[in-house]
Design a protein around this ligand. Structure first.
Ligand code: NI
Length: 164
């Protein structure tokens, strides 16, 4: 099922998501719908927060063929190092791209969509994407990382569009 995506500056995007207590059928259905919504958009990552579901679930696929789905439930970054500056965008901030600095290499612990715990290492675009999506679960948007002046201009633009 395709889910509506919240758009900046919707205050619901500031909600801090709760940990998933059990990877049950309801969560599995949510994960499935989130993948469908992400591929349909199309996007390379989607956090539950963006579809107004406030539990810690993210879906990602950074592959060119969009055939490498990755689901992270209750993800935690346990190691990070290096630095990368990447031009980011977000399905919740349409048509807006800005460079953001993040860790280049990370190690993540999470549950998969069957509830099995696993750890993985990621770098470059995958590391950027995971950090971006985990930010969403904490109510943080990539635009929070840019300069105050740029944030002000973006907010003015978004408010203007919201009145149309
Ligand atoms: Ni995003």
């Amino acid at each position: 099922m395709l889910l509506p995506i919240l758009c900046y500056p919707d205050k619901k995007l500031r909600t801090i998501a709760k940990p998933v207590e059990a990877v049950n059928d309801a969560i599995k259905t949510q994960v499935k719908s989130m993948f469908e919504t992400m591929y349909d958009a199309p996007g390379i990552g989607l956090a539950a927060t963006q579809v107004d579901f406030h539990q810690r679930v993210i879906v990602i696929d950074v592959s060119d063929e969009q055939d490498q789905p990755l689901c992270l439930i209750n993800p935690e970054i346990i190691e990070k190092s290096g630095e990368i500056e990447w031009e980011e965008g977000c399905l919740s901030v349409p048509n807006y791209y800005e460079s953001v600095k993040r860790a280049n290499d990370i190690k993540v612990r999470a549950l998969d969509q069957n509830g099995e715990e696993f750890e993985m290492e990621a770098s470059e675009i995958l590391a950027v994407c995971i950090q971006h999506e985990i930010d969403h679960l904490n109510g943080i948007l990539f635009v929070d990382h840019i300069s105050k002046l740029k944030q002000k201009r973006l907010k003015e633009k978004a408010n203007k569009q919201a009145r149309l």
